[in-house]
Design a binder for this molecule. Structure first.
Ligand SMILES: Cc1ncc(COP(=O)(O)O)c(C=O)c1O
Length: 472
């Protein structure tokens, strides 16, 4: 099968016709031989042996090229939708940061060290913003690296959720405390102001349904805040079309990109999104709880200096000293002069250790393009779907895939809803075979073959284990 021909079909939203030998290991290997990325070696994947570890012993899992037992082979790591695998580059960046701090102490704030993969601490957030630009489709000055995802959603809502009179509703898809508490904090009643779009019985929300909801509540809606990808079903929303529709009705648009950043192609600037927030521990691989990112469209990051130094005009926000222009930040003169762009939304001094991790993770993305990653993801996911459907031929009704069939309506994740009572057995067998994927009770396994470090062979092996579990 020709890799790029298949990708072109998927990009056109068409299903790929896999050949009759697609369920063989040879076929999977042949697709791996055409992998346009080849960055797997830059990650440390747990092995079956390392997964059993109960105490630290100073070793890092090493994958043997000629393993004496299955224990020395890399696990099938299909859980990048929850926590990405560790890029080797992170250790180098953390070492550099620790050496800098130990060697020059406080001077690390302003000193660039030769031969370091890092900039001075003061410039690291901006440097990470620059390196994230291609991932989210933004100008570097529209990105701020700070805090964690939920905190950033709160900060963005503080600036962008401006209920006025009857225009006070938020259109949303899920019901997190984040939005509910913002509404209460404004003294409003969530029951009256939250417009929740519900999935149908197939866990699907059509674009038409979203657009109709916008139309229905347009005059009363202050904010539309949706996830780019739905965490449970893996559905990817048509962010471009939804944003354009809501903006045309005067609604502010924000996106929660937890499951979309580093997974699918995003063009936040061109789509005219007002703000977006994402975490970096899933598809961006910066480590558990790592520092997050936010996008603020350039039109909201403007600072108007024309009225003189006492009356700078800029969008209201919850501010802090690290949002102050770097050139005068340390004058501490009590006159907030925001950095132009998203950097003006920075509040606190960001952790240099966190930024070092993210720098390492982003150095992997610098070696490829989101377009290339997405191409491989489209085919990997289609291949996983094909093999799942083959299992269903032998074992009808054992599960159903609740992620949309249309390749343009999903990222790398396929959510497999197992027949009642199967989850525990399937989980046990997957674990025993060295497969790591995410399980959601009562019966969903979320399978995410992330293109940076997963292979077609991984997909084949995963399906082999699943088939054996279900058919034996
Ligand atoms: C869609 C979505 N939003 C928000 C969050 C919360 O992220 P955090 O705990 O990093 O604030 C998550 C976590 O996985 C998520 O999946």
């Amino acid at each position: 099968m020709d890799f790029s021909v298949a990708v072109d079909e998927l990009r056109a939203g068409e299903p790929v016709a896999f050949p009759s030998d697609a369920n063989t290991l040879q076929f999977a290997s042949a697709l791996d031989a055409q992998d346009p990325i080849n960055l797997r070696d830059q990650f440390i994947l747990p092995t079956r042996a390392s997964l059993k570890k109960k105490a630290l012993n100073g070793t890092i899992p090493a994958v043997s090229n000629s393993p004496s037992s299955d224990d020395d082979t890399a696990c099938i790591y299909f859980v990048g939708n929850s926590l990405g695998a560790q890029p080797k580059a992170i250790r180098k960046c953390l070492d550099a940061q620790l050496e800098t701090w130990a060697s020059i102490g406080v001077n690390g704030h302003f000193s660039d060290m030769e031969d370091s993969p890092l900039t001075s601490w003061q410039d690291m957030a901006e440097d990470c913003a620059k390196k994230s630009a291609d991932i989210v489709g933004a100008n570097p000055s529209e990105i701020v690296i700070m805090n964690t995802l939920t905190i950033n959603l709160h900060l963005m809502m503080a600036s962008f959720y401006k209920p006025e009179g009857k225009r006070n509703k938020i259109i949303l898809e899920w019901k997190p405390y984040t939005i509910e508490s913002q509404i209460r904090w404004h003294g409003l009643d969530p029951a009256e102001t939250m417009v929740q779009i519900q999935p149908n019985e197939d866990y699907y929300i059509s674009t038409e349904e979203i657009l109709a909801t916008i139309d229905k509540h347009a005059d009363e809606t202050a904010l539309l805040l949706l996830p780019g990808i739905q965490f449970y079903s893996g559905q990817l929303f048509d962010m471009k079309r939804i944003t354009a529709h809501a903006k045309a009705k005067g609604i502010v648009v924000g996106w929660d990109l937890a499951h979309a950043a580093g997974n699918v192609e995003l063009y936040l600037h061109d789509w005219n999104v007002d703000f977006a927030c994402w975490c970096t521990y899933k598809y961006i691989n910066a480590g558990p709880g790592s520092i997050a990112g936010a996008f603020v469209h350039e039109k909201h990051g403007k600072v108007d200096f024309s009225a003189g130094t006492q009356t700078w005009q800029f969008r209201d926000r919850l501010a802090g000293w690290y949002g102050h222009d770097k050139r005068t930040r340390f004058n501490m003169d009590n006159k907030f002069q925001p950095t132009v762009g998203a950097g003006g939304y920075q509040v606190s001094n960001p952790s240099a250790i966190d930024l070092a991790s993210l720098t390492g993770a982003l150095s992997v993305f610098a070696q490829t393009k989101m377009k290339t990653l997405r191409s491989k993801a489209l085919l990997l996911t289609a291949y996983a779907e094909h093999l799942l459907n083959k299992i269903l031929v032998d074992k009808p009704g054992a599960f159903r895939i609740i992620t949309p069939k249309n390749p343009l309506e999903r990222g790398t994740q396929l959510s497999v809803l197992l027949k009642e009572g199967l989850l525990d057995d399937v989980s046990r067998d997957l674990e025993a075979a060295g497969v790591i994927c995410d399980k959601r009770k009562p019966g969903v396994i979320r399978v995410a073959p992330v293109p940076l470090y997963c292979t077609f062979t991984d997909v084949w092996k995963f399906m082999d284990v699943l088939r054996n579990t279900l058919t034996n």
